[in-house]
Design a protein around this ligand. Structure first.
Ligand code: PHE
Length: 364
């Protein structure tokens, strides 16, 4: 073995300034064509006696150099870590006003407000998957395969998978959570289910993704009066006014029977719709707000409960729409642009938790 070459290599490793230099030395010595590797290879051509003499020195040199390389690399890595730790310190004692502030998105704020209002009426929050199967999204909600209401939903379907019975899709409403909750928790039930829903639709009042909150009550002897009281109590608490007037209009949903659409009365003030009062007064009008009804007994049955024992009501309402009405935004698309100026204007302070005692909608 060339002792001088070994000590030169060790000295070069010691002097290397960065990992690239270390790597270059490694390749020159231990790489495929490196001089140590070639020396090792030359052993094969030697007579066995000669090999026994030469091998230990080459092996020892290889080990020495490999160890020196590993040590040097570890030392350089440590130094790099120390340097980045030193340069990336974050002073947590700085006053918060020096740092850009985040704000709570109106959709999150409204969802928190809804959870607070309904918790006070004994409702728990339930969730379900956004990637749903067509059984939960349609079939169990009394929309069998060829039902025309399926076509009305502008559904985003996933490609059909082989060996999978149910077609997968992005849920078109939060109603599948009704089914999932009845199946998993049985009765009685009082839940709201807020979340994202998807429909292939896009203009100033429709975005392909939007938010709904579903409500479901299942118990014995539930009737339309319970639904009306619950909606009225919720809307008065949400809009923080006692003069909210509801009009229930006969409607149709496959999963409720009877179905009712709820309109709220508004007055026009300076060209803007202000909720409150009956829509029948002069200068007033009605605005469609949500869909609801008594849960269809077929849905209760398909969810594994006995419809002769359990009845209930359900409703579904657009969260974005509620936010626009309460806080006065006029273009739904701005909700999903992520424009910080819009968020700064309409956003809420994270310290401003909605509570019934302090008010569910204090402005930031
Ligand atoms: N799922 C319906 C929709 O998205 C709303 C609804 C929910 C209607 C519950 C009745 C009962 O339009």
């Amino acid at each position: 073995m060339d002792d001088q070459r070994i000590s030169e290599t060790l000295a070069a490793i010691d002097a290397a300034a960065d990992v690239d230099a270390v790597e270059a030395i490694r390749i020159a010595a231990l790489g495929k064509q490196g001089w140590i590797s070639l020396a090792l290879k030359s052993l094969g051509a030697m007579a066995s006696e000669e090999r026994t003499k030469a091998a230990p020195a080459i092996q020892a040199a290889r080990e020495k150099i490999a160890n020196a390389l590993a040590e040097k690399k570890a030392a350089l890595d440590d130094a790099a870590l120390e340097a980045s730790l030193a340069s990336e310190t974050l002073d947590l004692t700085l006053p918060a006003s020096e740092v850009p502030k985040g704000s709570v998105h109106p959709v999150s704020q409204v969802m928190d407000e809804l959870a607070e209002i309904f918790a006070d009426m004994g409702f728990a929050v339930a969730t379900g998957p956004e990637i749903e199967d067509d059984w939960h999204n349609f079939t169990a909600l009394n929309m069998p395969e060829s039902h025309p209401a399926r076509a009305m939903h502008d559904t985003f379907y996933f490609p059909q998978q082989e060996g999978v019975d149910h077609r997968m899709l992005l849920r078109t409403h939060t109603s599948p959570v009704q089914v999932r909750t009845m199946v998993s928790q049985g009765a009685p039930l009082r839940i709201i289910a807020p979340g994202r829903v998807y429909r292939s639709d896009s203009d100033a009042t429709h975005t392909p993704m939007f938010h709904q909150v579903e409500g479901l009550v299942i118990d014995r002897g539930i009737h339309l009066g319970h639904l009306k009281w619950t909606l009225e109590t919720f809307l008065k608490a949400f809009f923080e006014r006692e003069d909210i007037v509801l009009r229930l209009r006969p409607s149709y949903f496959p999963f409720t029977e009877p179905s009712v659409e709820a309109d709220v009365g508004f007055a026009l003030e300076n060209g803007r719709r202000v909720l409150g009062g009956s829509g029948d007064e002069p200068g007033h009008g009605w605005m469609e707000l949500l869909g609801s009804g008594m849960v269809n007994r077929r849905v209760i049955e398909m969810s594994g409960l006995d419809p002769d024992e359990w009845q209930g009501f359900a409703f579904g309402v657009g969260v974005d729409r509620l936010a626009m009405l309460k806080y006065g935004m006029d273009d739904l698309r701005a909700f999903f642009d992520g424009d910080v100026r819009w968020l700064r204007h309409y956003g809420f302070s994270p310290f401003d938790q909605p509570t019934l005692s302090a008010g569910v909608g204090a402005r930031a």
